[in-house]
Design a protein around this ligand. Structure first.
Ligand code: HEM
Length: 220
C-alpha cells in the first residue's frame, strides 16, 4: 500500500505539472482555465480527471497503508520513528487535497475552504477563538486563519496562497519526508513480515525472530 501511495504521488506530480501549463491562480482566470481544460484542450478533461482521481485514491491508499502498518504491529520498535514520519506524511497528503480543492475557484471549493479555514479560528494559541488565543493578542486580522488566507475572507490572496502551498511548498516538504521514510524502511531492516514458518526438522541454530514451528500433521 505504501508503494501504491508513492506511485499515486508520482502520477499526481506528473499530471499536476501538465495542469500548470494551463492554469492561472487569479480570480479572473482560474475558473475559465478549468472550463478551457474541460472543453477545449486536447485530452484536457482526461488530464484533469487523472489528477482528481489520483488525489482521491492517494488519500484512500494512505489510510489503508496506515491501517496495514497498524494491523501488523509495524509501528512498534524499531519502526516507531517511521510511524511518526508517516503521520506527518498523512497530514501533508490531506493538506495537499485541501489546498487543491480551492484552485478551480468554483462554489464547491470556495465553501469547503471557507468552512475549513473558519475551523482554524479555534486553533489553540494561534486562533482568535481558540484557547488562550485572545490572551496572546490574536484578532481576526493577525491569527492563523488570516495567515492561511492572506486576508480575512476567502479571496484572491487565498487563491494565490493555496496555489503556492499546493504546487510548490507541500510537494517539496512531502518529498523530503518521503525520502526519510524510505531510508528508514531500509534502515529498520526492510518491510516487516510475519515470522518465518518452518518445519521442526528444518530448524538449525539461528539468530533473529523465533520461527513459527509447523508440526507435520498427525503428530502431537
Ligand atoms: C505519502 C504517504 C506515504 C507514503 C508514500 C509511504 C510509503 C511507504 C512505503 C513505500 C513503505 C514500504 C512498503 C510498505 O510497507 O508498504 C512504507 C512503509 C512504512 N510506512 Fe509508509 N508511506 C506513507 C505514509 C505512512 C503513514 C501515514 C504511516 C503511519 C502513520 C506510515 C508508516 C509506515 C511504516 C511504520 C512503515 C514500515 C512498515 C513495515 O516495515 O512493515 N507511512 N511506507
Amino acid at each position: 500500500m505504501g508503494g501504491i501511495t508513492f506511485y499515486l504521488f508520482i502520477v499526481l506530480t506528473f499530471t499536476g505539472v501538465l495542469l500548470m501549463y494551463y492554469y492561472h491562480p487569479s480570480k479572473v482566470q482560474a475558473f475559465r482555465d478549468i472550463l478551457y481544460l474541460e472543453h477545449d484542450v486536447p485530452f484536457g478533461k482526461l488530464l484533469r480527471n487523472m489528477h482528481r482521481w489520483a488525489a482521491h485514491l492517494m488519500v484512500i491508499a494512505v489510510w489503508l497503508h496506515m491501517f496495514r502498518v497498524f494491523l501488523t504491529g509495524s509501528y512498534k520498535r524499531p519502526r516507531e520513528f517511521n510511524w511518526c514520519v508517516g503521520v506527518i506524511l498523512m497530514v501533508l497528503t490531506l493538506l495537499l487535497s485541501f489546498t487543491g480543492y480551492l484552485l478551480p475557484d468554483d462554489q464547491l471549493g470556495f465553501w469547503a475552504v471557507t468552512v475549513g479555514t473558519n475551523m482554524a479560528r479555534a486553533t489553540p494559541l494561534l486562533g482568535t477563538e481558540g484557547p488562550f488565543g485572545q490572551q496572546l493578542g490574536m484578532t481576526p486580522f493577525n491569527d492563523v486563519r488570516f495567515a492561511l488566507l492572506g486576508g480575512s475572507i476567502v479571496d484572491a490572496n487565498a487563491l494565490l496562497r493555496a496555489y503556492i502551498w499546493h504546487c510548490i511548498a507541500i510537494p517539496i516538504i512531502a518529498s523530503v519526508f518521503m525520502g526519510v521514510h524510505f531510508w528508514r524502511v531500509r534502515k529498520d531492516g526492510g518491510i516487516s513480515g510475519p515470522a518465518p514458518v518452518m518445519l521442526e526438522s528444518e530448524i538449525k541454530e539461528q539468530k533473529g525472530p523465533r520461527p513459527v514451528i509447523m508440526k507435520p500433521s498427525g503428530t502431537q
